[in-house]
Design a protein around this ligand. Structure first.
Ligand SMILES: Nc1ncnc2c1ncn2[C@@H]1O[C@H](COP(=O)(O)OP(=O)(O)OP(=O)(O)O)[C@@H](O)[C@H]1O
Length: 255
């Protein structure tokens, strides 16, 4: 792991009308790390993710991804950069009229020169890498359980061999066994594919199982970042309650 950040955010301000979500927010995602992004509901975790990948406009500040400034790229440069990350949205954001394989093929359509058979083969590979059975390729999203839909969303996020993976609450709504399996999969994929992972979560078990560092959003900014051990010493009411509360103790003793 190196200290060279693959995502660098400085002085970010986002707002909707008069509602300021972020103000003076700084954040680094280091190459090769899994960074857990936590915070109370509505603190702007998803908006931050969306701003980093250029889906939400920033009112002020700088966002650099893989050394390139988001918001100042030409269309072609922007499309090239977008191919270097994958995003798994909270609800999977799959196309309901397409099969799982066809969903995973969507990002591959941007790759020039691929034959239909190559595109199909690559999509099937990603479906397997996401831990889905072969037959899931031809299922429609509505045929799948919530956990399988999440894996399909992950397969699509992996379609273009990204350097950075953005995951928005990947274990939300999964049963504990499914969530644990998903946590392991994220670590396995990070190790195998040299990914850097920006992981929005409320799940303390996921933080314990996966994350090298944690960034806590509160008061419109990243209040603190550090390892799980470092979080235990942070003297802030929300951070203290989150990392010392009954759920935190239960998650800690599971290891
Ligand atoms: N398109 C939008 N228009 C107006 N307000 C928005 C929009 N998107 C998000 N917000 C507001 O921005 C704030 C941050 O939302 P966001 O979804 O990032 O929170 P979050 O930290 O991810 O919450 P949760 O943990 O509940 O998912 C919320 O108050 C939300 O209502």
């Amino acid at each position: 792991m190196s200290d060279d950040p693959v995502v660098r955010v400085r002085g970010l301000r986002t707002q909707f009308g008069t509602h300021v979500v972020h103000e003076g927010l700084d954040l680094d995602l280091r190459r090769g790390e899994i960074l857990g992004v936590v915070g109370g509901s509505g603190t702007g975790k998803s908006v931050l993710l969306r701003a980093i990948v250029g889906l939400e406009a920033a009112q002020a500040g700088e966002i650099d991804v893989l050394g390139q400034r988001i918001g100042s790229l030409s269309g072609a440069d922007r499309r090239a950069l977008e191919q270097r990350w994958g995003v798994m949205f909270q609800d999977g954001a799959l196309f309901s009229s397409l099969t799982v394989r066809e969903n995973v093929e969507v990002p591959l359509n941007a790759v020039p020169g691929l034959t239909d058979a190559q595109r199909r083969g690559l999509a099937e590979l990603k479906v397997s890498m996401a831990g889905l059975p072969w037959k899931a390729n031809e299922n429609f999203p509505s045929d799948l359980s919530g956990g399988m839909r999440k894996r399909a969303g992950l397969a699509r996020a992996l379609a273009l061999d990204p350097e950075i993976l953005f995951l928005d609450e990947p274990t939300a709504g999964l049963d504990p066994i499914g969530a644990t399996a998903f946590d392991r999969l994220i670590v396995t994929l990070r190790d195998a594919l040299n990914l850097s992972v920006f992981l929005v979560t409320h799940d303390l078990d996921t933080l314990h199982a996966c994350c090298d560092r944690v960034a806590v959003l509160a008061e419109r900014k990243v209040l603190t970042t550090g390892t799980m051990d470092e979080m235990l010493g942070v003297d802030h009411p929300w951070v203290h309650e989150y990392f010392h509360g009954p759920r935190a103790r239960a998650a800690e003793t599971k290891d």
